[in-house]
Design a binder for this molecule. Sequence first.
Ligand SMILES: *Cc1c(COP(=O)(O)O)cnc(C)c1O
Length: 486
Amino acid sequence: MTVPHEDPDAIRARLAALRDGDLPTHGGRTLAYVYDSGIAEADALGREALASYGATNGLDPTAFPSLLAMERDLVAFAKPLFHAPGGAVGTVTSGGTESVLLAVQTARDAHPEIERPAMVVPSSIHAAFHKAAHYFGVERITVPVDAGTLRADAAAIGDALAAHAGRVVLVAASAPSYAHGVVDPIPEIAELASQHGVRFHVDACIGGWVLPWLERDGLVQHPWDFSVEGVTSISADLHKYAYTPKGVSLLLHGSPDLRRPQFFASADWPGYTMLNATLQSTKSGGPLAAAWAVVSYFGDAGYHALARTAYDGSRALVEGIDRIEHLALASQPDTTLVAIATDDTCDVFTISDAMLARGWFVQPQMAYAGIPATLHLTVSAATAPIVGDFLRALQESVDEAVAAGPIEVDPQLRAAAAAIDPATLDDAAFDGLLSLAGLAGGDAGAASSVTLPEQMAPVNALLDAAPSGLREAMLVAFLDRLTRSQ
Ligand SMILES: *Cc1c(COP(=O)(O)O)cnc(C)c1O
């Protein structure tokens, strides 16, 4: 059979050209979104496995027993790392968000008798929990973090548990938090959760493949995993510090009983009996096979070396940042994540643009609840050898930002933004706001009208000045237009 088709080499060239516009995934100069071990052989192996398993389907583990075997191997690898009890069970998911969604759904469905289920989380918890609360109708009770350390405040969590006794189905905390890289006081929170008979999820999405080895080197202050009585589930992303291709996270539960409500079955239709452990039904076996291959490649000793390299790199960064005038750490980081704040001679948004112009991506984080705006740095093993270059670029960028002075948002604009109720805005009003913010121009409402300006700093400064509800609404309007086809 011949099917009409285009020249595959031309398509390859187009794919390569499309990728040119993206942030680099390798080389250690992108300090968010991507994780680079710096080991080309491991990357090649992961890509091969991804490609060769791309068409397999994890929908039915009896049809593709290879996927079941690899999932069991990954869970078996993770259990001792997290001091999991012998009976602990796990699921491979598509990412941290799916692991978190399932942890919340499982906690909710373990208590069908609770009419208005709630969960208690520190304000530093990842927004994936906000999404889970929204999707699954679980009320989110957010407790401020300790203002000095930016760690969860265990006593305040205890108060929230007491105030909402009888309807809290889950407490969650981070090891460490994405925004500031601090590990929450897991033992204290676990004790409170136990007292109230509530499940406790430790979100180790970003720390899960680093902390076990730092712990072995005596670099972790407090226990954070299943070794703490009262921790009932843990999430850990393999597509972060396990350096596997995107699309893989682990969700572990302390026992089969704890996990049971995670499963979904439906025989109530004329097709096959649907039986799922995850949100996805048909799912590629590619990411799982890639993770299995890369985890097999590095093994315990490889990850020990990689975790230590990234950690030592982050210490060198911290020391260098301490020496740069006008910068300060937002918190004392516990692992491989660093958050940098500035004094009022400059702003993080201008620094971030100046870094990008020098070939480094650092992620701006907006001010929140009295916590200043920061630059987020995820340090991976490939960044460690070039920390010196990074610090030189950072010094230059700070000098440039100080010379430019901090971006001032017009106080009248700030006041106007504070007075807007996003729920009252229509599409035309959003078009106006987007163009005011520098995120659109020309023909309103059309996909071609949204643009990303060369300089993101003025846009970020304006969004930073907007109340969070307005910022969310404006960015949704932006994404909506960005994803309209021509
Ligand atoms: C990355 C992350 C998540 C969400 O994971 P995705 O893989 O982006 O879906 C959740 N919690 C923490 C702490 C994270 O770092």
